[in-house]
Design a protein around this ligand. Structure first.
Ligand SMILES: Nc1nc(=O)c2c([nH]1)NC[C@@H]1CN(c3ccc(C(=O)N[C@@H](CCC(=O)O)C(=O)O)cc3)C=[N+]21
Length: 276
């Protein structure tokens, strides 16, 4: 079965829309973008479309790449202090002369939508209520929507980034899965993936997961976003394994659309909306 991420995203957006039907004002997000970058532009357009589709306020604030770190920190501070702004996204990666860490730290953790702030990361680590990063949250939401029970499941996560692999491993652990976090130094990766119930790939290499690494019980979640011959592809050899596994997410149309939709859930949470 091919998992339809667009359908799951649609369901989330419908739910979010209903949550705010009686709110006194709309939840609002500010995206801060330095310079120009085609893939970042594409992401921002999607973000705008997602917010507009549920009638949330979206404002893009553009600055030159020459903006200094001090200037950016001041802009963030102003947005932190604006009571009409519920969420702030600073588009990553930032130009080399600006410290991403200092920028992330400057965002009010209550307005953090990416879940990158160390306070949110620390809370997640301890199993407390926290804004969770959108990509791992999207993966968890897919399991939820498909009613895939994670309790006691053998799950292999490939990739240990701070944005995907690491937080995802923590979230899965909190759902009582047995998590194996694999990475570039893992010996005999296939021996791990072949016996797993669920394989999640987040390495950023096209065609990384191949048919020799899966079994017919595998549920494969492809978090990758790579460009190959001018096309957007994931980390999985999708054509090579789609008929061989139990379930698989495509790219595009898998985790990506759900990632954008769950950002609305984080925004709603910051806004103080009640959404079931
Ligand atoms: N502070 C920050 N937070 C981010 O979350 C962040 C960021 N910076 N910088 C850029 C990356 C990239 N990213 C994407 C999310 C979803 C799709 C997505 O929905 N993709 C569609 C495909 C769209 C197409 O066809 O081009 C899909 O998978 O179906 C793409 C890209 C979030 N990012």
């Amino acid at each position: 079965m091919i998992i339809d991420g667009r359908e799951i995203a649609k369901k989330i957006k419908e739910r979010v829309k209903n949550c705010c039907a009686n709110c006194t004002r709309k939840p609002s997000v500010v995206a801060i973008m330095l310079g120009e970058d085609p893939s970042a532009e594409a992401y921002l357009r999607m973000l705008e479309r997602t917010c507009k589709s549920v009638d949330f306020d979206y404002t893009l604030k553009r600055y030159e790449t020459s903006l200094t770190e001090a200037e950016l920190l001041k802009i963030i501070q102003e947005n932190n202090e604006d009571p009409l702004i519920d969420g702030i996204i600073v588009q990553m990666p930032l130009p080399g002369h600006i410290s991403e860490e200092r920028v992330i730290m400057a965002i009010d953790p209550k307005k953090d939508l990416d879940g990158f702030h160390p306070l949110n990361a620390g809370r997640l680590f301890k199993g407390e209520k926290a804004t969770r990063p959108c990509t791992p949250l999207a993966v968890m939401t897919i399991f939820d929507e498909l009613e895939i029970d994670l309790n006691g499941k053998d799950i292999v996560v490939i990739g240990r980034s701070n944005i995907v692999g690491k937080p995802l491993a923590v979230m899965l652990m909190h759902k009582n899965a047995t998590v194996t976090l694999c990475h570039s130094h893992t010996v005999d990766l296939a021996s791990h993936t072949k016996k797993a119930d669920i394989i999640i790939v987040a390495v950023g290499i096209a065609n990384f997961l191949t048919s020799e690494m899966v079994s017919e019980k595998s549920i494969v979640i492809d978090v990758g976003m790579n460009e190959l011959d001018g096309k957007l592809v994931g980390d999985v050899d999708f054509e090579g394994i789609k008929d061989q596994v139990q379930m698989i997410t495509p790219v595009p149309g898998g985790v990506g659309p759900v990632t954008n939709a769950v950002l609305l859930l984080n925004l709603l949470e910051n806004f103080g909306g009640i959404c079931q």
